[in-house]
Design a protein around this ligand. Structure first.
Ligand code: PMP
Length: 417
């Protein structure tokens, strides 16, 4: 998120109303009020072109991929593989076959845990994460630790919500066999210094997996510039379908990994004496894939790449600044996560009103936010909290919507006085 609100004011190129018009789900009433959707960090809405691409695929082009000789199978295969190429371009992968389709970030991380890490580690080895990881970047490593006797270690986070880099550095060592870190925190919004983390980890020969679930919608991701070894993200947070996601990995690492799931498509030869594996990326894609999901994700990425991404980032930075300022005016409201380098996520607690009560009252006003632990229980425990309310903003949100959020919060306050 490089552009500041000032830069946005200077360029001012984004027509938010025109952009909003492309998202059908935004134009509805909830409980008698126009919907204000402030839950894009959990899942974004999608533009009509994505919905249409999926419908068109099913209407005209669907068949199973790869093995067919007939026209529809050929069309489906071309669309599916073109989608992979689109993903490779989106993250600047060195090669298209480094892109593996998964169900999402969670499955991508589990794949690396089981296929890359599990065969290589044992007692005395460590996996280094941070306190601000999503459960999906904690639990897969815990499973590997149970299976191998290795240990999961977590680097602390400062009160502002940044990784304590001095502590992180101290925790690295020859025992560190992998570092797994989120690019952007879903609970705090913090944008983490991934390139620096990679540099430090590589000095100890530890590969780095980046959980990019929250970064892909906001940042221009370049896996080669980051220098990381694995990068995971989910389609549904980047304006695409649910049930589809991506694991990108360095070819040398992917080549050395055994398959994770067995079945059709991932094999070269099968006999009862044993089987041999297909080449990348198919070695990791057992069974019929989510073809329509890949097609929809490609449409979403194409849509995003056709936008002025600097203007989008500036708009989001403006929304973040406006929300931070507006919410800070409330006495008794505390923003959790105040790092200087943040994506457009604002987590907060408000007096002693339970976050779920805030969420329910806001829903009565048509305002959708997320409440709870955001799948980051260890982080919230560190802050002495069980839950926060979280408003997350996307390119289709407006300052006026944030003002409506503030008005709804003021109403919540009167109800709990
Ligand atoms: N990591 C982060 C930072 C996330 O925000 C999420 C989704 N909330 C995930 C991982 C998991 O993504 P998915 O459920 O799409 O696999």
């Amino acid at each position: 998120m490089s552009a500041t609100p000032e830069q946005f004011a200077a360029t001012g190129t984004l027509d938010v109303e025109a952009l909003r018009a492309e998202f059908p789900a935004l134009h509805q009433e909830i409980n008698g009020h126009p919907l204000i959707y402030l839950d894009s960090a959990a899942s974004a809405q999608r533009p009509a072109v994505v919905i249409d691409a999926i419908a068109d695929y099913y209407r005209h082009d669907h068949a199973n991929v790869h093995r067919g000789v007939h026209t529809l199978s050929d069309r489906a295969t071309r669309a599916f593989e073109a989608a992979r190429e689109r993903v490779a371009g989106f993250i600047n992968a060195a090669a298209t076959h480094e892109v593996i389709w998964t169900r999402g970030t969670t499955e991508a991380i589990n794949l690396v845990a089981q296929s890359h890490l599990r065969p290589r580690i044992g007692p005395g080895d460590e996996i280094l994460v941070t306190w601000m990881e999503h459960h999906s970047n904690i639990v897969p490593w815990q499973l590997v630790c149970e299976q191998t006797g290795a240990r999961l270690v977590a680097a602390p986070v400062t009160d502002a919500g940044e990784i304590d880099m001095a502590a992180f550095e101290r925790l690295l060592g020859p025992q560190t066999r992998l570092v797994a870190v989120n690019h952007v925190s879903n609970a705090l919004g913090t944008i983490n210094p991934v390139a620096r983390i990679v540099e430090l980890a590589h000095a100890h020969d530890a590969p780095v997996l980046v959980d990019g679930a929250q970064a892909a919608p906001h940042l221009q991701v370049d896996v080669q510039a980051l220098g990381c070894d694995f990068y995971a993200f989910s389609g549904h947070k980047v304006f695409g379908p649910t049930g589809i996601g991506v694991l990108w990995g360095r070819e040398t690492l992917l080549d050395a990994m055994p398959p994770w799931h067995g079945g059709g498509e991932m094999i070269r030869e099968v006999s009862f004496d044993g089987s041999t594996w297909n080449e990348l990326p198919f070695k990791f894609e057992a069974g019929t894939p989510h073809i329509a999901g890949a097609v929809g994700l490609a449409a979403a990425l194409e849509w995003l790449e056709h936008q002025d991404r600097t203007a989008l980032a500036a708009h989001e930075a403006d929304l973040l600044a406006h929300a931070t300022h507006t919410l800070s005016e409330f006495e008794g409201l505390r923003i959790v996560g105040t790092a200087p380098h943040k994506a457009s996520v604002v987590s907060f607690v408000f007096n002693d009103i339970h976050a779920h009560d805030i969420g329910t009252i806001l829903d009565h006003e048509g305002v959708a936010i997320r409440t709870g632990h955001h799948c980051t229980m260890p982080l919230l425990r560190h802050y002495g909290l069980a839950a926060t309310a979280r408003a997350s903003f996307s390119v289709y949100n407006t300052r006026a919507e944030i003002d409506r959020l503030a008005a709804a919060l003021a109403k919540a306050l009167t109800l709990f006085r």
